[in-house]
Design a protein. Structure first.
Length: 195
């Protein structure tokens, strides 16, 4: 197992960012030619939901980078306190863009939609799941993938809790900003594979 920021972090420029001019990720990121972003899609207390875009941003970020993103590019040490919610959501998309730009066409995204709770696995005591498992989705486009997952939550009869979490945190803003930055598109074609 490799921990990307075990030794140091590096700065990657953000092209076209509204809040971030740079992103801080683990220095070992360049040891790999191809990446698989495997995400447990679920709700999130800050972002509304967590999937591929969250893992491209927060998942790749160094410790300083996580604070940088959470603070909307104002602090590398105290990002969770007194932050602007929309700046945080847009900063996640901007940080994700740096990873996509660094490895164009060399990232596969997989979202696992099971144990669907309103909370993130990063919490010590996440809320229990309130939805039935949906399945596993994959794409070469992280925006389309996360949008498809959100749409499946909205279409589910038991998705009310997670829909409320997404809307209460303005979670769609991350998808909108990611699409505007050119990371991917919110339009997609869902292909079902029975197996």
């Amino acid at each position: 197992m490799v921990i990307l920021d075990e030794r140091a972090d590096i700065s990657i420029p953000v092209i076209g960012g509204k809040h971030l001019r740079e992103n801080f990720v683990g220095a070992r990121i360049n040891e790999f030619d191809f990446h698989i972003v495997l995400s447990h899609f679920k709700g999130h207390p800050s972002g509304g939901f967590g999937g591929a875009i969250k893992n491209l941003s927060i998942g790749y970020a160094s410790a300083a980078g996580k604070s940088w993103i959470h603070s909307g590019g104002t602090s590398k040490t105290t990002g969770w306190r007194g932050r602007d919610q929309n700046a945080f959501l847009e900063s996640m998309a901007e940080a994700a863009k740096t990873i996509v730009d660094l490895f164009p066409g060399k990232i596969l995204y997989i979202n696992v939609m099971n144990h669907l709770s309103v909370d993130c696995d990063c919490l010590s005591r996440p809320a229990p799941p309130t939805m039935a498992d949906i399945g596993v989705l994959a794409s070469l486009d992280p925006v389309a993938l996360d949008q498809a997952c959100v749409d499946l939550v909205y279409a589910a009869r038991d998705g009310r809790d997670l829909v409320q979490r997404i809307e209460s945190r303005n979670g769609f803003l991350t998808l909108e900003h990611a699409e505007n930055l050119g990371i991917g598109t919110r339009a997609y074609q869902l292909v079902m594979i029975d197996g």
